[in-house]
Design a protein around this ligand. Structure first.
Ligand code: ZN
Length: 260
């Protein structure tokens, strides 16, 4: 069975901005899905903000192994209940790839727990993406660095938790640097943030960027069954794996649910 990827797009600039339309006639999500589907091991479909439940119904997420997330203008329009639904799926083991301005998305901030702020500048600069973790699966097939010809500068300090791994560091014409590819694990879910992807430049057509996206989907894929045991069960004394005798005072009655 192939890896089931759902490519989520905000689809606002894609419809309203002529420059973005000219670069991505099928939307950025369409371009990303096409890049993923070029790999026989991946089956990518799309979901967008304006669809009912943002296209992320319980059923759709249940059959998603890896979700990619691109948002920018309309982070605030994403329903909080859907954000929680996505977070739950990540904790269960669904992979999540957060792209570009998704650093400020509700789901990324929810999972990181930090402001996720950064410096930025829109000046069509060159970006050199350095592969600083050469053996990482997400870097498979890349040279020691690759160029994104025109980019939006994203600069440090990037207020994220210390990553599990840093795969890429970018350097820009203007001199700033940025941790442009970082990994995390949240519950059972693998999370990857990748910064290149400003919408008025053809970045998702870049071959190296597409390689990163395909590699990231494969890296984030967790074949284990969904990890559902997140409700903090009170294990009765007679159900302990080893026989024990109750002793000492206790706060809770037998079988009582924990405080929330
Ligand atoms: Zn941007």
């Amino acid at each position: 069975m192939t890896i089931r990827a759902t490519v989520w797009g905000e689809n606002v600039h894609d419809r309203e901005n002529e420059i973005v339309q000219s670069i991505y006639p099928n939307g950025m999500h369409g371009c990303i899905a096409e890049a993923l589907n070029a790999d026989p091991d991946i089956t990518a479909t799309t979901a967008t903000l304006e669809q009912p439940e943002h296209g992320l119904t319980v059923e759709k997420l249940a059959e998603t192994d890896v979700l990619t997330w691109w948002g920018h203008k309309a982070h605030g329009a994403v329903n909080d209940a859907i954000v929680e639904r996505v977070a739950e799926r990540v904790w269960e083991g669904m992979g999540l790839i957060v792209l570009h301005s998704g650093h400020f998305s509700k789901i990324f901030k929810r999972l990181m727990g930090t402001p996720c702020s950064l410096k930025w500048r829109e000046a069509g600069e060159k970006e050199r993406v350095w592969v600083i973790n050469r053996n990482h699966p997400i870097a498979h097939g890349l040279d020691e660095s690759f160029i994104v010809g025109e980019t939006e500068m994203y600069g440090e300090p990037f207020l994220i938790p210390e990553p599990m791994e840093t795969v890429f560091i970018s350097w820009y014409d203007g001199g700033e640097v940025f941790r442009s590819g970082v990994t995390y694990r949240r519950g059972g879910g693998n999370v990857f943030y990748f910064s290149p992807g400003h919408e008025v430049y053809p970045i998702y057509h870049n071959e190296s960027v597409q390689t990163v996206l395909r590699n990231a989907v494969k890296w984030a894929y967790n074949p284990a069954p969904a990890w559902k045991n997140t409700d903090a069960p009170n294990v009765p004394i007679d159900k302990a794996p080893e026989p024990i005798t109750e002793k000492g005072p206790h706060l809770h009655a037998p079988g009582e649910a924990g405080f929330r």
